[in-house]
Design a protein around this ligand. Structure first.
Ligand SMILES: [Zn+2]
Length: 253
């Protein structure tokens, strides 16, 4: 297998993932660490961390795509954990490529679009504003579900353990924002959702949801953010015939 030049892959991904749509993202989206000049094997992971880098080196991965990269708002120094992480990548000659908010928002490969598909929810519209752009979607279930049945569906599909808070009897119109996304509750009234599905629990969401009569579903930050990088990997495999592997490192949070 021939592989693809690193620069070609990076330009392709920058455009395909619409990386330029979020200039205010704290994440330095795009190529963060440069590795081998030619890419044969692509790894996908949620978090850039030592365990993932070690796995990637063992599997002879050339190019690692992550949702949470190493560079957030610039590097002030390279020491401690940061030194170890960068050294691990440079020693193994692995490229690190990050895609944060653009991968939450992306209509085809994004975390939220993929969550809708996986949970069999029909996409109805954009939802959850962040830095002046929506990053989530809201959608409709074919049949109304109880909150219990809905959370069981999420647990089975995402291999997670959801926490739910019930403020509404039914689940039919669901707003979804992967990861931290609780502030999307502010969009609940405007869209008329009855249930908000996000990754992490937040105390701040409770009384707002109570007064808006919107169920809260917390499915895990990690669990709600594995689908985007997996979808990007599947697309690269199909388009360029690259080997791909998802490096699972669940945090349980
Ligand atoms: Zn996240």
């Amino acid at each position: 297998m021939q592989g693809i030049p690193l620069r070609k892959l990076v330009s392709f991904l920058d455009a395909a993932l619409k990386q330029s749509e979020f200039p205010k993202d704290e994440s330095a989206n795009g190529l963060q660490v440069e590795g081998r000049k030619t890419v044969h094997a692509v790894g996908m992971a949620v978090d850039a961390c030592a365990s993932t880098f070690q796995k990637a080196a063992e599997k002879k991965i050339d190019f690692l795509i992550v949702h949470h990269g190493l560079v957030w708002g610039g590097i002030r120094s390279i020491q401690g954990v940061m030194k170890q992480r960068i050294k691990a990548l440079l020693d193994a000659d692995i490229s690190l490529y990050a895609c944060h908010l653009p991968l939450d928002r992306h209509p085809e490969y994004g975390n939220n679009a993929e969550l809708l598909k996986a949970l069999r929810i029909k996409k109805m519209g954009e939802f959850g504003e962040h830095h002046g752009k929506t990053i989530g979607y809201w959608g409709r279930l074919t049949n109304e579900l109880s909150l219990n049945d809905f959370s069981s569906r999420i647990d089975r599909t995402l291999h997670t353990k959801t926490t739910t808070i019930s403020f509404n009897k039914k689940v039919k119109n669901v707003g979804i924002v992967s990861g931290g996304g609780w502030s999307a509750i502010y969009d609940a009234e405007k869209t008329g959702i009855d249930t908000l599905l996000v990754g992490e629990p937040s105390h701040s969401a409770y009384t707002l949801a109570e007064e808006m009569k919107v169920n809260l579903v917390f499915a895990g930050h990690y669990a709600t953010e594995t689908l985007g990088v997996k979808a990007v990997g599947a697309m690269l495999k199909k388009k360029f015939g690259l080997e791909t592997e998802f490096m699972d490192h669940p945090t349980g949070l």
